[in-house]
Design a protein around this ligand. Structure first.
Ligand code: MCA
Ligand code: AMP
Length: 506
């Protein structure tokens, strides 16, 4: 009997009394304790009739139990589908329905709000809280702490992560056990993780970065994590002396630099700081080295591919670049129109192929075919170039995407809602530079003739249907949108016009 993901991440630690999760209240969970807790959840899933290949959608707070549900899914062969707690019921309805989830687990406080969502999707609703409360936890408490692992192969699906598209409809990226395991193993070797490492974990666990990169790498290495519920700079600084490595989005690094308590002494036990999910400014890289003596290691990935490139551990960590393709990843820069390979130094579309590349989008064969070539190369939608010595630099995106604090916002989704508002003729949603989030969302509106859109009402309306991080920080009304001769809206002109909107005045 085999189940590569479960065996290599979790099963191999059964019986080990070494620490796995250090919690901020001083409690430490051992590897063995965690594996046993996961088995209880696996028994609950099986008792609920959830079979291998079924989907379990969860929208729960970060906690050891939330992670144990991920492990339980691996053990029971169930496809794990984590969702951002910031999503509104309206957003959740789509994911739960589209995935055909066999059950949906929500936060206990949102049970009533989510009951109609589960009903509409024809699925079962359970709850799980961060403090060991909720219906799922209660069943786990009463369940057996050993479980016969479901047989799976590397090609079987392990997780669905939804990622928005330029057309507005979210796509479920199907990731196999092999995708996750091969990438975690590659990163452990490259970044030299061992069982002695303690990773400072303040990322959310519903995205690739916090779940697959941070957690899977720690598990493959057999190390431990300081497991913080979210980014809280006080806690981050307080726990850093206990840790050896940290992974974060660029906002983690700018916030640390904004805090005078972050010093060389605080970082003295650390061996590695890793950044990704959004561009790290070269000036942040330099300021961080100045302050801490550490050169941040920047890497580049996507939901559909896990990690693709990384700066080297031992060699030069070149600021402003995302480093070299991982040893098992092929990367090419192509002409976006023709798909032909471009010479070094020329800017083009970044394409990748390797064991990390996903299997396709759930029930969307056409979308899959548009982005995943028959020969296995995935068209990332990022634009970049490669130097003669192999370093890759991302210079922009061929997709209309805003990244705010490491969260992706697809303008189309927001524009569709804005265009439906009374008095609005059309809209353009753009990302403009923001000192804390890297980019922030701004909406430019054009009123219908004679109408005066009620901006307060629009803000309230968006608030009801969109997660906070997607909501525009500013609404601006213009007489018309700038267009080129083909009639296409020139978002670059808008981005230039509003480039200083959130910048501190000199
Ligand atoms: C929170 N808010 C945000 C964001 N986060 N608004 C815009 N962008 C955000 N990212 C809202 C809150 O609801 C709040 O609203 C207000 O902004 C200020 O909240 P604050 O307390 O400052 O936020 P926070 O809780 O400190 O969160 C900021 C954060 C967090 C730490 C940057 O967003 C975060 O952990 N981001 C990481 C995302 C991530 O893991 N991405 C990886 C994706 P109000 O006060 O008005 O209620 S995976 C990926 O991209 C690929 C695969 C890769 O390469 O890794
Ligand atoms: P996601 O859809 O959440 O997987 O986000 C993936 C996108 O994040 C990529 O396509 C890139 O545009 C962006 N990204 C990830 N890492 C980096 C990085 N180090 N530098 C610039 N962009 C990045």
């Amino acid at each position: 009997m085999a189940n590569p993901l479960y065996d290599q991440l979790f099963g191999c630690h059964a019986g080990k009394t070494t620490p796995f999760l250090h919690l901020p209240d001083g409690v430490t969970l051992t590897h063995a304790g965690f594996v046993a807790r996961a088995a209880r959840f696996a028994n609950v899933l099986r008792a609920m009739g959830i079979a291998p290949g079924d989907r379990l959608a969860v929208q729960i707070d970060k906690s050891p139990d939330a992670l144990a549900v991920y492990a339980a899914c691996a053990q029971a062969g169930v496809i794990f589908l984590p969702l951002n707690p910031a999503y509104t019921a309206e957003e959740i309805r789509y994911f739960v329905t589209d995935s055909g989830a066999a059950a949906f687990v929500c936060q206990p406080a949102r049970r009533e709000e989510m009951a109609p969502v589960a009903k509409a999707a024809g699925t079962r609703l359970e709850t799980l809280g961060a403090e060991g409360e909720g219906s799922l936890a209660a069943q786990a408490d009463a369940a057996d702490d050993s479980f016969t692992t479901a047989e799976r192969s590397a090609d079987d699906l392990a997780a669905f992560l939804y990622t928005s598209g330029t057309t507005g409809r979210s796509k479920g990226a199907m990731l196999t056990q092999g995708n996750l395991l091969s990438n975690a193993q590659t990163l452990v070797d490259l970044w030299q993780f061992t069982s002695n490492d303690v990773l400072l974990h303040a990322l959310p666990i519903f995205h690739t970065h916090g779940l697959f990169v941070a957690t899977n790498v720690t598990l493959v290495a057999g190390g431990a994590m300081v497991f913080l519920p979210k980014l809280d700079i006080d806690q981050l600084i307080a726990h850093m002396p206990q840790a050896t490595a940290m992974m974060g989005v660029p906002t983690f690094y700018t916030r640390l630099l904004d805090d005078a308590r972050f010093t060389r002494d605080v970082a003295a036990n650390m061996r590695l700081f890793i950044s990704g999910s959004a561009p790290l400014l070269a000036e942040t890289h330099a300021a961080f080295e100045d302050r801490s003596g550490h050169r941040i290691l920047e890497r580049y990935g996507m939901t559909e591919t896990n990690m693709n490139t990384s700066n080297p551990y031992d060699g030069e960590r070149r600021a402003g670049t995302v480093g070299l393709p991982l040893p098992d990843v092929e990367l090419k820069i192509t002409d976006p129109e023709t798909g032909k390979i471009l010479p070094d130094g020329e800017i083009g579309s970044i394409e990748v192929r390797g064991p990390n590349v996903f299997k396709g989008y759930w029930q969307m064969p056409e979308k899959t075919a548009q982005e995943l070539r028959a020969d296995g190369f995935f068209i990332t939608g990022d634009l970049g170039h490669r130097d003669a010595d192999g370093y890759v630099t991302i210079v922009g995106r061929d997709k209309d995407l805003i990244i705010s604090g490491g969260y992706n916002i697809y303008p189309k989704e927001v524009e569709l809602l804005l265009d439906d508002q009374p008095g609005v003729l059309e809209s353009a949603v753009i990302g403009v530079p923001h000192p804390d989030f890297g980019e922030s969302v701004v909406a430019v509106l054009v009123a219908r003739r004679g109408a005066e859109p009620d901006l307060e009402q629009i803000t309230a309306d968006l608030g009801a249907s969109l997660a906070k991080f997607k909501q525009p920080r500013r609404l601006i009304v213009l007489p018309e949108l700038p267009r080129n001769t083909m009639g296409k809206v020139q978002k670059n002109v808008l981005r230039e016009t509003y480039a200083d909107l959130f910048q501190p005045r000199a």
